[in-house]
Design a protein around this ligand. Sequence first.
Ligand code: M7G
Length: 346
Amino acid sequence: QDLANLIGRFKYVRVLDSNPHTKVISLLGSIDGKDAVLTAEKTHFIFDETVRRPSQSGRSTPVFFHREIDEYSFLNGITDLKELTSNDIYYWGLSVLKQHILHNPTAKVNLIWPASQFHIKGYDQQDLHVVRETPKMYKNIVVPFIQEMCTSERMKWVNNILYEGAEDDRVVYKEYSNRNKEDGFVILPDMKWDGINIDSLYLVAIVYRDDIKSLRDLNPNHREWLIRLNKKIRTIIPQHYDYNVNPDELRVFVHYQPSYYHFHIHVVNIRHPGVGEERGSGMTILLEDVIEALGFLGPEGYMKKTLTYVIGENHDLWKKGFKEEVEKQLKHDGIATSPEKGSGFN
Ligand code: M7G
């Protein structure tokens, strides 16, 4: 079942979402009668003089180096150009750029199949709301939800990476020994990265310990561990990419709510702003800020903090109680919600 074969059998149902800003489109369809979510994202331009070559070890993790002739760069790669209009010193038009499946692909394509309702809802357009998640809401609403979410089926891809050798040829770094499980982690390209353009570099570090489901479980006892982790991430990744990305060019952060409740850290090139926030929901907290906050948050750390973030109506937590909580919060704060539709102004 390879990707091309699956996409060939994809039967279109409807557009889930399309975003002209991020140049992403997600389609709902089916393959062999089972739901599928197909996402395409236009890749970024190659304008730098760096390309990848297979690394000497034979692994497919790209190693970047400077090339002399850059036939796929934005400028050299223009094969067709049509002016639309000009006005004074301003000119605009359309162009076709030279493409190549390895050196300059048009789009990155993701397929989830068979997709669950959970996946579909996650990609579907939805209204968003700001919510203050109090420690009490966490305990009463989020904890039971996390338990539901941590089935072995949902966590399969994580366990495949940690223990089953999945994506092994792409792994950037792995540190794991039976003696020192607590410190173990693996760094590999995130599914969101095309793996080619270092400007949009996106990696994920997944830890071996499974006692931390999310940011909420972090307390001051984890501070030293996170400091070590941050140091390793910022040392290993630039080294791996021959310093085409520097330690202070990496945005290292966690998401809340995450999609998967097994602690992981996102590592993104700072040239790629807003990445990881495409869907407009959740919050992003820099690892440095987490480390700092653990220095003064008290012994229970993030468990005692109110976290304010954006949640979509398709998120299960919205239906499991967050909707009511948001209404209560607005009322409590004395903030009126909008007048009924059609009531107009007086
Ligand atoms: P998150 O913060 O839990 O959720 O991050 P997000 O999707 O809202 O960011 C989970 C991260 O794991 C995301 O960046 C995903 O793109 C990435 N990811 C998910 N899956 C299923 C895979 C996978 O199978 N392989 C890899 N390499 N990354 C994945």
